[in-house]
Design a protein around this ligand. Structure first.
Ligand SMILES: CC(C)(COP(=O)(O)OP(=O)(O)OC[C@H]1O[C@@H](n2cnc3c(N)ncnc32)[C@H](O)[C@@H]1O)[C@@H](O)C(=O)NCCC(=O)NCCS
Ligand SMILES: Nc1ncnc2c1ncn2[C@@H]1O[C@H](COP(=O)(O)OP(=O)(O)OP(=O)(O)O)[C@@H](O)[C@H]1O
Length: 292
């Protein structure tokens, strides 16, 4: 059982871990699942926007500005989250073509022995110290990560999710922001970011600064943001902003009802005249032939 935090601050136990890494349902069940979610979800998760099309929300920021803290909080509120750092790990697991390409580019010394798994610390030390090598790494891994993100987005869309959050540190650097309906940037000042990064990863200042320099400056990300979460203060303050944002992203009630009532009304508006015309034709034929 998991604990689900509601937006009003209460929590409730739930037996369903429904959002992350749920196995894909068989094709025949997909339609029924979509219909059920469409009819029931509004009552169960009123904080989520309801749309016939799914809203894609990109969540980004600088390294250690607080993206994962936000996405963990949103996931606990029932929001589906795609964690790109996790996908980035999956695409270079032993046996993948991306890992083979990395070994070709950087040599077998980036592998741990005897497991053959990627030595992340070793590769990190190489690519955060050298921009050209970082570009090589990005060229190898980013297409695979993009494909994995797309597969997840389609999966959530098939399940009838109204919204999905793509937590991606390099959302803007990789051009993924263009696919998003909203770009949410988690911001904090550079000095706060540096302190949090050094503390979290137990990293010397020079290494932490190199990692920060490896990403686009915060100013540039803020310019492309459609929403900003200011994480200068406490985590509680950050979570309050995230909750408020979720409510803001919910479309007005009239749109929800328009999507519910609209399709049956349109269907009826098409079917009634068609059935009426068919009946008139049948009656005319019966009359003409003198069958009755
Ligand atoms: C270089 C690697 C092996 C270092 O692994 P490590 O476990 O030390 O770090 P981790 O993957 O947890 O990343 C931590 C943070 O570093 C930053 N970061 C990671 N890769 C990059 C990169 N290529 N350029 C700039 N910043 C990066 C991100 O902010 C990320 O959240 C790893 O980060 C990697 O494979 N990066 C390439 C894939 C990628 O671009 N990932 C970002 C997700 S889209
Ligand atoms: N408001 C805050 N107050 C204190 N510590 C915080 C706050 N926000 C985040 N942190 C801490 O800062 C560190 C970085 O936060 P987090 O891991 O959420 O960042 P991130 O943006 O996901 O990082 P990355 O880019 O490496 O994935 C963590 O140790 C987290 O607990």
């Amino acid at each position: 059982a998991t604990t689900v935090s509601n937006l009003d601050g209460t929590t409730k136990a739930s037996n369903k871990t429904v959002w992350l890494d749920k196995p894909v349902p068989p094709a025949l069940k997909i339609g029924m699942t979509k219909l059920k979610l469409f009819l029931n979800d509004y009552q169960q998760r009123p904080h989520l926007p309801h749309r016939a099309t799914m809203k894609i929300v990109g969540l980004t920021g600088g390294i250690a500005t607080g993206k994962s803290s936000v996405s963990r909080h949103l996931a606990a509120s029932g929001v589906p989250v795609i964690d790109c750092d996790q996908l980035a790990r999956q695409v270079v697991e032993p046996g993948t073509s991306a890992l083979r390409a990395l070994v070709d580019a950087f040599g077998p010394e980036i592998l741990q022995q005897p497991s053959g798994a990627l030595d992340r610390a070793k590769l990190g030390a190489i690519i955060f110290a050298d921009e050209a090598k970082r570009h090589i790494l990005n060229r190898i891994t980013h297409p695979a990560i993009r494909r994995a993100i797309l597969a997840k987005v389609i999966d959530y869309w098939l399940r009838g999710e109204p919204l999905v959050v793509v937590d991606a540190p390099l959302l803007i650097e990789a051009g993924l922001h263009k696919l998003c309906n909203e770009v949410v940037v988690v911001y904090c000042p550079d000095d706060v970011q540096l302190q949090r990064l050094m503390k979290r990863d137990g990293m010397p200042q020079a290494d932490a600064e190199a990692r920060m320099r490896a990403q686009k400056p915060m100013d540039e990300k803020l310019r492309l943001a459609t929403r900003v979460l200011d994480n200068t203060g406490s985590l509680q303050d950050l979570f309050r902003q995230a909750d408020a944002l979720l409510i803001k992203m919910r479309p007005p009630a009239w749109r929800t009802w328009a999507w519910r009532i609209g399709p049956p009304v349109v269907l009826l508006a098409i079917l009634v005249p068609v059935i009426y015309a068919l009946v008139r034709i049948v009656v005319a034929v019966v009359d003409a032939r003198g069958w009755i």
